[in-house]
Design a binder for this molecule. Structure first.
Ligand code: EPZ
Length: 428
């Protein structure tokens, strides 16, 4: 298994172009199941997760053509017919978002068999809201032997659905299913994350009638058929936020381009409050810090436009060397502090009680061997490694490869001492 080694101490100076959003790209790819015409996605990130979903979609009947066009990396997905409406455990287990093929498969073919995704390191992550939404749209849902069997032989029907709490995945799943349902669907208490607006925009280009995406109430007027479209994936706000934190941590001046700083307002305010410079530009933001130590600030994660849970681990890293004590509250996932013991191996002083971590800033971290536990946790260790004395080696970086495109190259181009070590770690 590959590892990443970081030699701490180098400032970051230069430019980092932000890729298309992973969490948008994978839902957009699932949307290709809704039409027999090609869907062309530009500004596509090249990640383990997108490759992985491509594999599942191929199994279901898609051709997935990755190429470099005039606007950079693009993927053309074409599903002339669904050759199998079964998503097996092996494929869904490895990436939860694969579960979102259920809705489009039922909407297009009237039936599907999709494995339940199971839990993951950041929490139990059930899919009850997804299933309730599909049931409300008229699908008959049965659970057997770890699989969801969904049937709607006469098609889905529009419905009024109120989510009991906000869920990104359930909002997107209901949207993906309702676009081909007969009649009008109104979704209440929806997630407002920018990736939902991106999905709705793409669906509308395909001929869907979706209004209100990005607000708590979304209205979908079902259509009989969707067609092909070309859509550019929204910039990855979590990647942008991650590099903003990395720049604030290492010091120097980094310009993040091809991005939209408005998508991470909550984070940028906190970075400024901590003492780093934040300047918005036409296509991104410049993060600058020279010399002085940052101040500790508190954060609490929340649904969009709140502070993203996907940036919590990175911000905790930043606080490990800040002056004072920072309180970090996680409100979205019940077990998203797996990075804490690993940061402690680097010398961080953090205690966790329930959903709150208290980080007491130390003057200096020390390089060590650490282990990635999930995607965002793993990048928080790389960020800590940027300032730790000596070498930090992060293992299990397959997590990192799921969501960060060419990370070593992007950081390395700004002066970071980061290298990938290929192969198995030495056995004891
Ligand atoms: C999406 O996960 C993202 N994943 C996550 O990013 C992100 O952390 C999360 O939204 C919150 O912003 C993708 O887009 C692929 P939720 P999702 O449904 O949709 C509970 C990353 O690192 N819940 O909004 O799964 C759930 O357990 C990943 O890129 C139910 O109880 O998040 C959680 O506590 C990690 N029942 C809360 O709701 C349900 O049916 C919010 O989850 C659905 C969710």
């Amino acid at each position: 298994m590959d590892r990443i080694a970081i030699t701490g101490g180098a400032q970051l100076n230069g430019e980092i172009p932000i890729s298309g959003a992973k969490n948008s790209a994978i839902k957009l790819m699932a949307a290709s199941l809704l039409t027999d015409e090609p869907l062309r996605l530009t500004n596509m990130p090249r990640l383990a997760d997108t490759r992985f979903l491509g594999k599942l979609l191929t199994r279901l009947g898609a051709s997935v053509d990755e190429k470099t066009g005039d606007q950079g990396a693009e993927t053309v997905l074409h599903v002339p017919e669904i050759v199998s409406a079964i998503a097996p455990y092996d494929l869904v287990r490895q990436m939860r978002a694969s579960f979102n093929v259920l809705g489009p498969l039922v909407a297009r073919t009237g039936q599907a068999k999709v494995s339940l995704p199971g839990g993951c390191t950041i929490g139990a992550r059930p899919v009850d809201l997804h299933l309730q939404a599909l049931e409300a749209l008229g699908a008959k849902i049965d659970l057997h032997e770890g699989y969801v069997f969904a049937q709607a032989p006469r098609g889905l029907k529009g419905a009024e659905i109120t989510f009991p709490f906000v869920s990104v995945g359930a909002t997107e799943h209901a949207l993906l299913a309702a676009v081909l349902a007969k009649g009008v669907t109104v979704l209440h208490n929806c997630a407002c994350e920018p990736e939902i607006g991106d999905l709705a925009e793409c669906l509308n280009k395909m001929g869907a009638k979706v209004e209100g995406a990005g607000t708590p109430t979304i209205t979908i007027t079902g259509v009989a058929k969707l067609g092909g479209a070309t859509h550019s994936v929204i910039p990855d706000r979590i990647e942008m936020g991650t590099y903003a934190v990395a720049a604030a941590m290492a010091g120097g001046e980094v310009r993040l381009t091809n991005s939209r700083p408005g998508l991470i307002d909550a984070l940028l305010k906190k970075i400024e409050e901590a003492g780093a410079g934040v300047t918005e530009t036409a296509d991104g933001v410049i993060i600058k810090r020279n010399g002085s130590r940052l101040n500790a600030v508190d954060v609490e994660t929340g649904v969009y436009p709140g502070f993203a849970t996907d940036l919590q681990a990175q911000f905790m890293s930043l606080m490990t060397t800040a002056k004072g004590e920072s309180r970090i509250r996680e409100t979205i996932f019940e077990n998203r502090f797996m990075h804490v013991p690993e940061l402690a191996r680097l010398g961080a002083d953090i205690s966790v009680s329930g959903g709150e971590a208290v980080v007491r800033g130390v003057e200096q971290l020390e390089g060590a061997e650490v282990m990635a536990t999930d995607l965002r946790a793993s990048v928080s260790l790389v960020i800590a490694g940027l300032v730790a004395r000596g070498e930090t080696v992060v293992s299990r970086i397959y997590h990192l490869d799921r969501g960060f495109e060419r990370l070593e190259e992007k950081l390395g181009n700004c002066g970071a001492q980061v290298r990938r070590i290929h192969g198995e770690p030495d056995e004891l």
